[in-house]
Design a protein around this ligand. Structure first.
Ligand code: TYM
Length: 327
């Protein structure tokens, strides 16, 4: 059975971009693959955060993922920091990747522009991500479009390591959805919906109450010509709404456009569709959040299983690169 691995940062509330771009695929892949899903709390350290809040966020992310439909009997759900091989393999890969490669990463360029005193970890972030993937011999990695470049880097570094030291790593493929791979911000349709960008009105969170979802959709930026057609370049705001409606109803955005005359009607129906889509997740979230012990047990069992797999891969890589094995 092909192994799948993916990860999510617990750096803020999960939003529709995460859900549509990645989590829906995670849930679907549980039956077809040997699936490993990771709350990447080490990645979240690359930007400023309050320690107590970090812990809460990681727990909330676990509740959120379970509520979305991850089932610990069908997948391995764990916290990255609970499996020490992630940082251990990162070092071997940092001694394989080059500065030039990391300098080309557009997410680094973008995030480092927005912060002063850029942390070294933000620069080496993609190498930790490569370690996440390679430790589990993942053949497939379900992600949104924004992770495409990181996946390419992972493949290059893995190939270089294999060429130099022998066949240690499986070369992974990114699995990016055809619709919803890049969900845009409702207020700034030229940029992706994101946890870190300060655009609360443009970001629909998975746990937003119905009134907030309605408010955000109603206030979404469109255009003034009032013409209903799907044209992401010329009409990015409207295209975002049509994309979301297409995902919520399982149709194509062009078909959705044919059903509507006025933007207001589309917004009304989209808000209702999103409320319906998210309501069951919100109900289950409340149940998991109330049962902290059960969620912690899921993470503990997940880490134990992940550790077994990761240990074996790390040992293979350490031996291949020429580290003296402990006696
Ligand atoms: P993160 O935490 O930013 O996002 C988690 C997943 O959600 C997808 N995503 C989106 N998809 C569509 N539209 C959007 N607006 C949108 N925003 C986010 C992301 O593509 C991602 O799939 N570096 C990763 C986390 C990571 C990882 C890994 C992923 C660490 N190690 C190993 C895969 C494999 C990240 O920051 O995702």
């Amino acid at each position: 059975m092909v192994r799948v691995l993916s990860g999510i940062q617990p750096s803020g509330a999960l939003h529709l971009g995460n859900y549509i771009g990645a989590l829906r695929q995670w849930v679907a892949f549980q039956d077809e693959y040997d699936a490993f899903y990771c709350i990447v709390d080490l990645h979240a350290l690359t930007l400023e955060g309050d320690p107590a809040e970090r812990r809460d966020r990681a727990f909330e992310a676990a509740c959120n993922l379970l509520a979305t439909g991850l089932d610990p009997t069908r997948c391995t759900l764990f916290c990255q920091s609970h499996v020490p091989e992630h940082t251990r393999l990162t070092w071997l890969l940092e001694c394989t990747a080059t500065m030039g490669e990391l300098n080309r990463m557009t997410q680094f360029k973008d995030k480092s522009r927005r912060h002063e005193a850029v942390r070294v970890g933000l620069f080496t972030y993609p190498v930790l991500m490569a370690a996440d993937i390679l430790l589990y011999d993942a053949g497939a990695v379900p992600v949104g479009d924004d992770q495409r470049q990181h996946l390419e880097l992972t493949r290059e570094v893995a190939q270089r390591f294999n060429n130099r030291y022998g066949e240690v790593f499986t070369i992974p493929e990114a699995v990016i959805p055809t619709v919803g791979a890049r969900v845009m911000d409702l207020q700034h349709p030229e940029r992706k919906m994101s946890k870190s960008v300060e655009s609360p009105l443009g970001t629909v969170n998975v746990l937003d109450p119905p009134e907030q979802i309605e408010h955000k959709v109603k206030r979404a930026v469109t255009d003034t010509d009032g013409e209903m057609r799907y044209d992401p370049d010329a009409k990015p705001g409207l295209a975002t709404l049509l994309d979301l409606m297409a995902v919520a109803t399982g149709r194509r955005p062009q078909e959705v456009a044919q059903d509507y005359g006025r933007y207001g009607d589309l917004k009304r129906d989209l808000a209702a569709a999103l409320v319906e889509l998210l309501e069951p997740i919100q109900k289950r979230y409340a149940e998991f959040a109330d049962d902290r012990g059960a969620v912690e047990r899921v993470l503990a069992a997940g880490a134990e299983h992940a550790h077994e797999v990761a240990q074996a891969t790390y040992a293979r890589a350490a031996a291949a690169i020429g580290l003296l094995p402990p006696a």
